[in-house]
Design a protein around this ligand. Structure first.
Ligand code: KG4
Ligand code: ZN
Length: 365
């Protein structure tokens, strides 16, 4: 029988309050009926980072408005829903709790089943929502708080091949922007500056390329950038527009080269095991970077693999990915009770050892 499922999703793990409705009939393509996102960038801009208490309060204030809007935009009422899915971690615990409490309230009031979703699973399953790709595939998740290579075999079956041992690439872009006095979020502003810069003028390190594994490190790039910036300031008394563009271009080239080479290695490992499914997908805010996308596309072409990148609005944090991941869990029979708990840490691959420092600095996933 072809079952139609309509799922409400809630997301509040970092600085975006979001609600969405996703529908799927059998194995036909899933449809995003609505996806409402209230960003909090302005609330945190004076502090140079996300302030957890401010974020949690703003989520609590905005979640019900978001839900009402998402239902209205989708043209559905709670009676049309099959379940409510919510990010239950990982993330800033106050924000995750706001979402979980809101979802529990909806479930208790309507009798709808409750489905807890891992935020990272939401990102990792997005290419199935947007492009309907089949399991298994290799996923590179690159965001402000995470960077990892995952073999995705099922809605709850992930193997991590490697990841960052310190900063995530988005975090490195954001810190670079801060060091150069560019606006936040740093990714788009550094990319824009890099377009007018010479990537060869400053030589940034390519961390961990001397090691054969798929782990990455980005914190050294920020230190290198700070040294170069300070040296120019000491010599010339300040940075010119061109200095800034060249620093951005050098930094971005180092991130691109590192991600390209580590992706080449991860893809080799993945293809050894799954030669019949040569599919690579990318997700997370950093996937918006055109230089990174182009490099990944080249790596996939070299290896004869297909490359998929969801549209930007579904690469960055949103609730459609949570509703969809919830839909996949629901279909496989999973249900959570009102005792569902919010989890600050929640690795997708519980069997892989924790990576040194990974996810420590940013709950942003
Ligand atoms: O996935 P996302 O919206 O939030 C989480 O981290 O969960 O990603 C945000 C991150 C920020 O660090 C931002 O600077 C980065 O993605 N980003 C970019 C670009 N656009 C956004 N990084 C590099 N290049 C971009 N064009
Ligand atoms: Zn995220």
């Amino acid at each position: 029988m072809t079952q139609t499922l309509t799922i409400l999703g809630l997301e509040s793990s970092c600085d975006d309050t979001a609600a969405a409705v996703v529908r799927q009939t059998g194995d036909t393509p899933a449809e995003v009926l609505s996806s409402v996102v209230f960003g909090q960038t302005e609330l945190h801009s004076a502090y140079g980072g996300v302030v957890p208490e401010i974020a949690a309060r703003a989520h609590a204030e905005k979640l019900d408005i978001c839900v009402i809007e998402a239902l209205k935009e989708a043209g559905v009422t709670p009676k049309d829903l099959d379940a409510v899915a919510v990010t239950a971690g990982p993330g800033l615990i106050g924000g995750v709790m706001s979402g979980v409490m809101c979802a529990k309230g909806i479930a208790a009031a309507t009798g709808l089943p409750l489905i807890g979703v891992n935020h990272l699973a939401g990102h990792a399953l997005t290419p199935r929502l947007t492009d309907g790709i089949a399991f298994p595939y290799l996923m590179l998740l690159v965001s402000g708080g995470h960077c990892q290579y995952l073999i995705v075999r099922g809605p709850e079956d992930f193997t991590r091949l490697g990841g960052t041992i310190d900063d995530a690439p988005g975090e490195a872009f954001d810190k670079t922007a801060r060091l150069l006095g560019l606006p936040q979020p740093g990714g788009p502003s550094v990319q824009a500056e890099a377009e007018n810069g010479d990537p060869k003028r400053f030589r940034f390190p390519r961390p961990l390329l001397d090691r054969p594994d798929c782990n990455l490190s980005f914190s050294g790039l920020k230190t290198a950038l700070m040294r170069m910036r300070d040296q120019i300031v000491a010599e010339k008394g300040g940075l010119t527009r061109q200095d800034r563009a060249d620093l951005c271009a050098g930094f971005q080239a180092a991130v691109v080269d590192t991600l390209a080479e580590k992706t080449r290695r991860a893809l080799r490992l993945y293809l050894d095991e799954n030669p019949a499914c040569p599919t690579v997908a990318v997700a997370g805010g950093v996937a918006a970077n055109t230089a990174i996308r182009a490099a990944l596309l080249d790596v996939c072409a070299e290896a004869g693999a297909t490359f998929t990148a969801p549209p930007l609005r579904l690469c960055t944090d949103n609730a459609a990915m949570i509703a969809y991941a919830g839909l996949e869990r629901f279909r496989s029979g999973a249900r959570d009770g009102l005792d569902l708990t919010a989890r600050p840490r929640w690795p997708l691959d519980q069997s892989s050892p924790a990576l040194l420092g990974s996810g420590k600095k940013g709950a942003k996933a």
